[in-house]
Design a protein around this ligand. Sequence first.
Ligand code: B1M
Length: 211
Amino acid sequence: MPNYYEEISQNVITGQLDRVKQLTQQAIGAGNNPVEIINQGLIPGMSVVGARFKAGQMYVPEVLMSARAMNAGMDLVKPLILTKDIPSAGKVVIGTVKGDLHDIGKNLVGMMLESAGFTVINVGVDAGPEKFLQSIKEHQPGVIGMSALLTTTMLAMKDTIELLKEEGLRDKVKVMIGGAPISQDFADEIGADGFAPDAGSAADLCKKLLA
Ligand code: B1M
């Protein structure tokens, strides 16, 4: 069987959207596990992009092309890992915090939550405390999940928690946070209920928080 994962990674790195779609489709057709396609093909490619971006070897437009290529692959895999026809395990509102436009990790978290049976309301990127508040009032979720990828925007998580306290809603909803710069210490510091380092742990954490 050809090794699709390595080729998918390489084409994510070079931002070849059509090729990533084609290879992902072929990998699915050849019977590869959809979660493996994500974890061994799509994500490793994006990790290389991250390292090169950090080292100044790649620039924003190239990173965006890689991100779009990765998302195109994800769109093909997503329907295969979502569990259908099971009762909802609970509602979760997720979003990337104010000032932050990174959404790949957050969307991956949403996907894993859906595949674990949760109903996910995705409020998108650049979501300020009011946006989370509005969504809580509208959907009454058991958990809200905030994602941040920048050290400058992670502080916005605290603002949302403070607003929930002001509105008397803090005891009614659990708060889960995550993203590359986030740690358990930071979660404790701002009074979140939990931190998840990756998408798989986020689904486990939600189950724990709602138990
Ligand atoms: Co940005 N960027 N970026 N970027 N970008 C980072 C985050 C950075 C670390 C790169 C670097 O310098 N090494 C750096 C942040 C430095 C810092 O603050 N410490 C950075 C910077 C500086 C910037 C800009 C400021 C660059 C500029 O314009 N000069 C700018 C900011 C824009 C803004 O948000 N206002 C910017 C822009 C962009 C793009 C638009 C080009 C693009 C985003 C495209 C998109 O998301 N649609 C982009 C990308 C792609 C990255 C890197 C390369 C990759 C991020 C990613 O998608 N990773 C990133 C470098 C890196 O992370 N190595 C970088 C793959 C994804 C699957 O992982 O998001 O970590 P991740 O999610 C994981 C976990 O963190 C966790 O689960 C996920 C899956 O396992 N997780 C959660 C995430 N959210 C969670 C929530 C949870 C639980 C778990 O519960 C709710």
